[in-house]
Design a protein around this ligand. Structure first.
Ligand code: PLP
Length: 266
């Protein structure tokens, strides 16, 4: 850590050249940000999320190329080109007062736009707000009244566990509607109540985007063998891109943390 402290303070340009996808995260690049350094790194780990051309430089094309020596040579060529044609000129051109104006502009933009997102402050705040505080509040609720809620939850979990194996998907009806599809899926819940599950349609994201997840609804008043879950999707994608899945859904319980059951339609 001592060595790192000196490195991140003393470096102007932080070059990180892992072969995609081997960069786990790239924390060192974030440490450089707050010390006024600028990143030039492979679009992998955090840099695939953080890079924008106004603040820095990037290598790679967001694809994996294994250990292809031909691709290594291409990226090496790109690295030297960037250093010669962009990094060095920006760093060494100074104004009358000896200030590298373009370089300073990059530092400022990089610090202003990236440090609020990629910092321990943000991460710890997010964990605290999203997980630790709700977790602590949940614990308090469960412990009250000699653990009355905790007992109820365990009872419900055991009940769902016992009935889960017999859940079954029935007929699926997909109709074309204006701008997309209507999905109707018959599901036998084996005595599990529809409000105890979340039924969703899931599709992988396109071109690296986040997955699409659409909640399906049902009329909860029915007490029948098969429930009809339905959803309308506005999309240009194929209907076959969407797969239904069922997850347990409890009040006061974090899923999938405390119950990671997940039944996919085959
Ligand atoms: C930042 C840091 C790392 C991580 O470096 P990466 O380049 O992100 O892998 C590892 N060890 C120490 C001591 C560090 O300070």
């Amino acid at each position: 850590m001592l060595l790192t402290e000196n490195l991140v303070q003393g470096v102007d340009e932080w070059i990180n050249t892992p072969r995609r996808p081997w960069e786990a995260c790239g924390t060192s690049g974030m440490k450089v940000l707050v010390n006024g350094g600028i990143n030039l790194s492979e679009l992998d780990g955090w840099w695939a999320e953080a890079y924008t051309p106004e603040v820095s430089w990037a290598l790679g094309d967001m694809q994996e190329h294994g250990d292809d020596p031909g691709w290594d040579a291409v990226e090496a060529g790109n690295l030297y080109d960037l250093l010669e044609q962009q990094v060095a000129p920006d760093f060494y051109s100074r104004d009358g007062n000896g200030i590298p104006v373009k370089w300073i502009e990059k530092i400022r933009k990089s610090m202003a736009t990236l440090t609020p997102r990629f910092s321990a402050n943000r991460a710890v705040r997010e964990y605290t707000e999203k997980y630790y505080l709700p977790g602590a509040a949940n614990y308090k609720k469960r412990a009250e009244d000699k653990g009355a809620l905790a007992k109820k939850i365990i009872h419900e979990m055991n009940d769902i566990k016992n009935k889960w194996e017999q859940i079954h998907f029935g007929e699926t009806i997909i109709e074309n509607v204006e701008g997309g599809y209507e999905f109707k899926i018959f599901i036998g819940l084996n005595g599990i109540q529809p409000e105890q599950v979340a039924v969703e349609l899931y599709a992988e994201g396109m071109n690296g985007a986040a997955p699409e997840i659409i909640k399906m609804e049902t009329e909860t008043s029915q007490n029948v063998e098969n429930y009809v879950f339905h959803a309308i999707i506005k999309t240009k994608r194929k209907a076959a891109d969407y797969t239904a899945r069922i997850k347990p859904c409890y009040e006061h319980v974090s899923t999938p943390l405390e119950d990671n059951r997940n039944l996919w339609q085959r």
